[in-house]
Design a protein around this ligand. Structure first.
Ligand code: PMP
Length: 384
């Protein structure tokens, strides 16, 4: 009952009145503020100093196919995957981008350009990460076109399926659903890290995307990477990056390399591992959230199977960074939350129903606690 009782506590008359109690809270975006507490505790361990004359060139390593990537970042990326066991990098190309958002576009463009018939259909199983439909449609490309839900996809011709596992928004483990010839898959593994989900195997797909934003919380550094099997695809992605942004900021790369190396050094420590911190934080949030949801009798949440985690060497639960909250009413759940001054992502943006919303659990503690209070205050009477 801890979560519910805490959540129900009124702000009026309470000694610790939350300054956010009247504010609109934004749980639409997955801004990973939850990690700030951890990095503050790490103090100066990840501080980097860059002199005025350092890293001025566009180029980094002309021997690397991805010529703008700093060797220390390439090594740090391979190092953290080896330590966690969540992706095969041996003999693979690492293509670094300005967040995995840019790399997703680079990968779609590159794969689509390899097909002889256009436009190539781009699909993802609903509910999908809403940015996929936005970024794919926004480009108005002649060589690919957004075709929506992979589950109902029945067009002839080449296609690219975006597979997010664990999935954003609903946290489920995903595999490719379209099984036709002439297709490619891009695996988005933004959340395949031990704080969110059991690491059950080391995937080795043709194109896999990872983002620094959701491992460490450093979304503002705008660093992501793709692990790519095929040299031609990797080359085309690097060419896309050349035309789009002439590479990636060296300042961001050096910071990411430093942080990834510290993560690797501390990842087995019970007190210092970011995975222990993230897992503990999300576990507590999910427990509190489930308690409030159970008490309201209005909302529902997905449940997740336990699985053996090779990284933690024990069976563990999934604790996604987003809650896929539903209800049984026919009306729009996002507007109910808007009335409570809580911004959420409507299910329809994820190719699903507006009976669902995606709620970010990445906020800081204060915002999360206001969200629970507002959720707990919704009663059957108040919605009718
Ligand atoms: N893929 C998924 C599934 C995500 O949730 C996000 C972040 N919200 C991204 C990609 C983009 O991450 P980045 O910050 O690296 O662009």
């Amino acid at each position: 009952m801890v979560g519910f009782e805490n959540a129900k506590k009124s702000d009026n008359g309470s000694n610790n009145k939350n300054p956010l109690s009247e504010a609109v809270i934004n749980l639409d975006q997955g801004d990973p503020k939850v990690f700030e507490e951890y990095w503050r505790k790490m103090g100066d361990k990840c501080t980097v100093e860059i002199k005025g004359w350092e890293m001025m060139s566009y180029f980094s390593d002309l021997k690397n196919l991805c010529w703008y990537v700093l060797p220390e970042l390439d090594q740090a990326i391979r190092g953290i995957h080896a330590a966690v066991g969540n992706a095969t990098t041996e003999g693979r190309y690492i293509v670094v981008g300005n967040g995995s958002t840019q790399l997703c576009q680079a990968a779609i463009h590159s794969l689509a350009s390899l097909h002889s018939s256009h436009p190539v259909s781009v699909v993802a199983a609903s509910p999908f990460y809403s940015t996929y439909s936005e970024e794919t449609s926004y480009q108005r490309s002649e060589i690919y076109r957004w075709e929506g839900d992979a589950m109902s996809f029945d067009k002839e011709g080449p296609y690219i399926e975006l597979v997010t596992s664990p999935n954003n928004p609903d946290g489920t483990i995903r595999e490719q659903v379209v099984k036709k010839p002439d297709g490619n898959a891009i695996y988005d593994f933004a959340y395949y890290w031990p704080h969110y989900t059991p690491i059950t195997h080391s995937p080795d797909h043709d194109v896999m995307l990872f983002t620094f934003s959701k491992i460490t919380g450093h979304a503002g550094s705008r660093i992501g990477w793709a692990i790519v099997k095929d040299k031609e695809v990797a080359k085309k992605m690097v060419y896309y990056l050349l035309l789009n942004s002439i590479g990636v900021s060296k300042e961001s790369q050096i910071r990411a390399a430093k942080i990834l190396n510290v993560m690797k050094e501390t990842c087995q420590s019970e007190t210092e591992s970011v995975f222990e911190f993230g897992r503990d934080k999300l576990k507590k949030r999910w427990e509190m959230l489930r308690e409030v949801v159970d008490q309201t009798h209005i909302f529902s949440l997905p449940s997740y199977p336990e699985a053996f985690c090779n990284f933690f060497q024990k069976p563990i639960q999934t604790y996604p960074g987003f809650a896929w909250l539903g209800w049984n009413e026919e009306s729009d759940l996002a507007s109910l939350f808007r009335n409570q001054k809580v911004l959420t992502r409507p299910g329809s943006m994820c190719g699903s129903d507006n009976k669902y919303v995606r709620v970010s659990l990445f906020s800081d503690d204060a915002v999360f606690s206001v969200f629970l209070q507002r959720l707990a205050s919704i009663t059957t009477d108040s919605i009718h």
